[in-house]
Design a protein around this ligand. Structure first.
Ligand code: URA
Length: 229
């Protein structure tokens, strides 16, 4: 080996020992979710709701109904409020409407455990009445915080109460359902779609055909966005 070749060898060796390159590309867009942090935030939000004062809903119900499913899910489902079974079990959508919701999810290859489910109000309205506007407004502050913690890629609003809590009262579900819309919460834009509430579909079976159109749109969006569920 001449002097130049020896020098080249030395340089090569020194480079190899200092740098260790990986062939894997760096994912600069990876979202880092601090899971522990989110769990804590959800607990704090739950405590905040439990501490609500002068609330007729809380006074008349047995338990808080906070949420169910996976808090890591990119899909968040929002219903109206707990019914009797939900009030007893402390879990959303466990009664007849919940059974239908489960079937609706399965029809588009979703599993209840892999989505995140909550309601506009977290305590059962007396006699299952629709929450009043003032109650929807009051709880929508909690709901917004809830959405921002879960940070879903898509929001599914089940029924007019859920739609009103994010989009106001001047719109009609018959016109708005099945349309993707944007909603801004704490400076972040979320994609949301309204569809009929399963309890309504139990009363109005002829409306299921529209629900099926919406469900297919939801599946299509999940595929387009390549959401991992
Ligand atoms: N209806 C809702 O809107 N939410 C529930 O949790 C149950 C029934």
């Amino acid at each position: 080996m001449n002097k130049k070749e020896i020098l080249d060898q030395e340089i090569l060796k020194s480079i190899e020992s200092v740098y260790n390159f990986s062939k894997a590309p760096i994912n600069r867009y990876k979202k880092t979710i601090n899971i522990e942090d989110n769990k804590e935030k959800l607990e704090l939000l739950k405590k905040k709701i439990i501490n609500i004062k002068n609330c007729e809903l809380k006074k008349n119900s047995k338990k808080i109904v906070f949420s169910d499913g996976s808090y890591k899910s990119p899909v968040m489902i929002i219903g109206e409020g707990p019914g009797q079974k939900e009030d007893e079990q402390g879990k959303p959508f466990v009664g007849d409407a919940g059974q239908l919701l489960n079937k609706m999810l399965v029809s588009i290859n979703l599993n209840r455990e892999n989505v995140y489910i909550t309601n506009v109000v977290n305590y059962r309205p007396p006699n299952n009445r629709k929450p009043e506007q003032s109650e929807i407004n009051r709880y929508s502050e909690f709901l917004r915080e809830h959405i921002s913690i879960i940070d879903p890629k898509i929001i599914i609003l089940m029924g007019s109460t859920a739609m009103e809590s994010l989009f106001g009262y001047k719109i009609k579900i018959s016109k708005e359902r099945g349309v993707w819309k944007e909603v801004i919460i704490y400076n972040k834009t979320y994609l949301a779609i309204t569809t009929f509430h399963p309890a309504y579909l139990l009363r109005q079976a002829d409306q299921k055909k529209y629900s099926w159109i919406d469900l297919k749109k939801i599946r299509k969006k999940i595929d387009e966005l390549k959401l991992k569920i």
